[in-house]
Write a new protein. Structure first.
Length: 217
């Protein structure tokens, strides 16, 4: 069950699917999250001292300075609490945003169950103390523990579940889809391009909403 990295996607190789997410760790305790589509540009980092950041990768930092005038590659910084179990980030992928893609033959990808119509699949990353065993609630549809990342000082647990969004989340999704459509209206977007929309808060709670860029309507 324990690995050093996971590649995750919702759906199946030859059918509708999400983008591919990579979650990995290093022995000293740092944990990272990136979307493969943006893996060379952005990533979220959860360091062993509980300091976290979202921003450009080291490899892209120089180009980011040239393109955006940013000499600090970290777009946002925050800190996780000292709790024994912390939900560090959740990746929300609506069923409506799954798309048929070119055949993906990467055997290292863990394929997660396609959520029911109009549901939202959620990949969650929990960071816990080293000796804690995480359990998922039995009353959450499709809830499973996908896997675990072990480091020298702590563990990271990846879970998956799907739910029908409440009114507030449904409104947020529709708003972000309209905004994305307006943003890319005059752009030449390659087929299969996906957007990962980062939700910033004053607390440590972080969410990412993944949307397909081929927005109809």
């Amino acid at each position: 069950m324990a690995k050093q990295q996971f590649r995750l996607a919702i759906g199946s190789p030859s059918k509708r699917q999400s983008g591919i997410w990579r979650i990995w760790s290093i022995p000293k305790g740092d944990i990272y999250v990136a979307n493969r589509c943006l893996g060379g540009i952005y990533k979220a980092s959860f360091h062993k001292d509980r300091k976290c950041q979202f921003g450009f990768t080291k490899e892209y930092a120089e180009k980011a300075d040239e393109r955006f005038g940013r000499n600090d590659r970290h777009i946002e910084k925050w800190r996780l609490p000292e709790d024994a179990v912390v939900c560090a980030i959740q990746i929300l992928i609506p069923e409506s945003e799954l798309r048929i893609s070119a055949s993906t033959d990467d055997e290292k990808i863990t394929w997660l169950e396609t959520p029911p119509l109009d549901s939202v699949g959620t990949i969650s990353l929990f960071i816990t103390e080293k000796d804690i065993e995480l359990h998922v609630p039995r009353n959450v549809p499709g809830a499973v523990i996908v896997g675990r990342l072990d480091t020298d000082i702590r563990r990271a647990w990846i879970t998956y579940a799907f739910t029908i969004p409440d009114k507030k989340l449904a409104e947020i999704i529709e708003f972000e889809k309209r905004r994305l459509k307006a943003t890319i209206a005059n752009m030449a977007i390659p087929p299969g391009t996906r957007a990962s929309l980062w939700d910033s808060k004053n607390s440590y709670d972080r969410h990412v909403l993944e949307l397909a860029c081929d927005i109809a309507g």
